[in-house]
Design a protein around this ligand. Structure first.
Ligand code: URP
Ligand code: ZN
Ligand code: ZN
Length: 479
């Protein structure tokens, strides 16, 4: 089966060029001018459009069991919604309960993800520690293509990783050649602040951001960074929402440390006024952690992307409908944390990033796919329009205009944090594994067509770490 994308401008992270793209049997077979169309090929006229690597969302939570409920978006509907917006791969999270066998949790998530219509992979969260976890990290790396381990520094009493867990897991990850990632919020401080705020009589969603101020995020980001520095482990800080965490990352990068930072489309574009909305459903729909921040933080995050101190964008797609959010009607601490956006990330970033002149088109590709592919070591199979790469492609119409709404989106949730936002520029066609799965507003997906993506360890930045370590003090060994 062949698809020929004709007459567009190919935009990669490193350069743009006028070229046709031929996809054959799931991969890109040719990129060049005036390519011949094979017999029976589907031909897409991309005149006036951009042909870019499909988006990689490195942070989603499909059907996550969390805070007493389960995220409304499952792997089928969530990956389909992603395709409708030009995202062709997600990296989701296996999150074992404390004391749950890691391999059992991993198998459970793999089973849930079988119905995905686009490619997927998993970061695995380390939520507790003993010898079996040490061993299972090795098994996941060597037999299951996992190269990243996640640590929640918040959610005390549930999945929070304390310093002892961080040190054990970071040390082990370093040994295995994996990268560690953190949700950076000081869980103890959040817990105490939540109590104090609730006891003061603030019970509604406005209490949520008060209990998670920027300092709490900055402290945790800096702590994780310093632990990673001592243990010489590459680190990826997820969903940076504020100046203190961005500053911690920037400082470390200026010192030569291998630290990477992610920012969510929501944190760039939605501000904290949403929590003061008098309608509980609206305010609660925006309850996520870290919370949305004020404009000065948003401006800093955009500059973080422009400067390269933040490298990736994601959505933390973790949807709960109004009836689920209602669990916290009388106590903001019980509102399930999470919002959506996997379908809209590319279009809101194009509109507010490229069309405003903040980002070049090539930088747009870097922050929506290529950098994630490089950091998580699947480049150039993903994140590149080049011969031999997976034919995961978005054809982008810069003139198409739409107004985002929960009434028309494909996401399985009753709210959209970008509700009412009119954007110019969106996916006209999405190609996944060489098949046209979305064209002109219509999805043609096949349940289970998504593939699990193995991610090898020892990404290129490990070479640099090895050379550095030979010059420095010994690297600690795991127990
Ligand atoms: O509020 C959020 N972000 N929910 C999903 C879990 C997480 O912290 O990433
Ligand atoms: Zn998180
Ligand atoms: Zn998350």
């Amino acid at each position: 089966m062949s698809v020929l994308i004709r007459g567009g401008t190919v935009v990669n992270a490193e350069r743009s060029l006028r070229a046709d793209v031929l996809c054959h049997d799931g991969t890109i077979a040719a990129v060049g001018e005036n390519l011949d169309s094979p017999v029976n090929a589907t031909v897409i006229d991309a005149g006036g459009q951009y042909v870019m690597p499909g988006g990689i969302d490195p942070h989603t939570h499909m059907q996550l069991p969390f805070m007493g409920t389960v995220a409304s978006e499952d792997f089928y509907s969530g990956t389909a919604a992603g395709l409708a917006g030009g995202t062709t791969m997600i990296i989701d999270f296996v999150i074992p309960n404390p004391q749950q066998n890691i391999m059992d949790a991993y198998r459970q998530w793999r089973d849930w993800a079988e119905k995905s219509v686009a490619d997927y992979s998993f970061h695995v969260a380390i939520t507790w520690w003993d010898d079996s976890v040490h061993k299972d990290m090795g098994t996941l790396v060597h037999e299951y293509g996992v190269n990243s381990f996640k640590h929640f520094m918040a959610y005390k009493g549930a999945i929070m990783a304390d310093d002892e867990i961080l040190v054990n897991s970071f040390t082990r990850a370093r040994e295995l050649g994996a990268i560690v990632t953190v949700h950076a919020e000081n869980g103890e401080l959040v817990f105490r602040l939540q109590q104090a705020i609730f006891e003061k009589g603030i019970t509604g969603p406005e209490g949520h951001p008060l209990s998670r101020p920027p300092e709490v995020e900055g402290e945790a980001a800096n702590r994780a960074i310093r632990i990673a520095e001592v243990l010489k482990t590459p680190l990826y800080v997820v969903h940076n929402s504020c100046i203190p965490s961005l500053e911690a990352i920037t400082r470390a990068r200026n010192e030569g440390q291998r630290v990477f930072g992610e920012v969510l489309a929501g944190h760039l574009l939605v501000d904290d006024s949403v929590y003061r909305n008098k309608d509980f459903d609206v305010a609660a729909a925006h309850v996520m952690s870290p919370p949305f921040r004020s404009k000065k933080h948003q401006d800093a995050l955009w500059r973080g992307l422009q400067s390269g101190n933040l490298q990736t964008t994601a959505t933390d797609h973790c949807c709960f409908c109004a009836d689920q959010k209602a669990a916290g009607k009388d106590d903001f601490r019980l509102i399930p944390n999470g919002t959506g956006g996997v379908e809209n990330r590319l279009e809101v970033l194009w509109h507010h990033g490229v069309s405003t002149g903040r980002l070049t088109k090539n930088e747009f590709v870097s922050i929506t796919s290529t950098n994630a592919a490089q950091i998580f070591n699947i480049y150039p199979r993903k994140g590149s329009i080049s011969v031999g790469a997976d034919a995961d492609i978005v054809v982008w119409d810069p003139e198409a205009s739409k107004t985002i709404s929960a009434k028309t989106h494909h996401q399985n949730v009753d709210y959209n944090i970008f509700e009412g936002m009119t954007v110019k520029g969106s996916a006209s066609h999405t190609i996944s594994h060489g098949k046209v799965v979305y064209s002109d507003g219509e999805l043609k997906v096949e349940r289970g067509a998504g593939h699990y993506v193995d991610r090898p360890v020892f990404a290129p930045y490990y070479d640099a770490l090895k050379i550095q370590a030979q010059r420095d003090e010994p690297v600690p060994v795991s127990r």
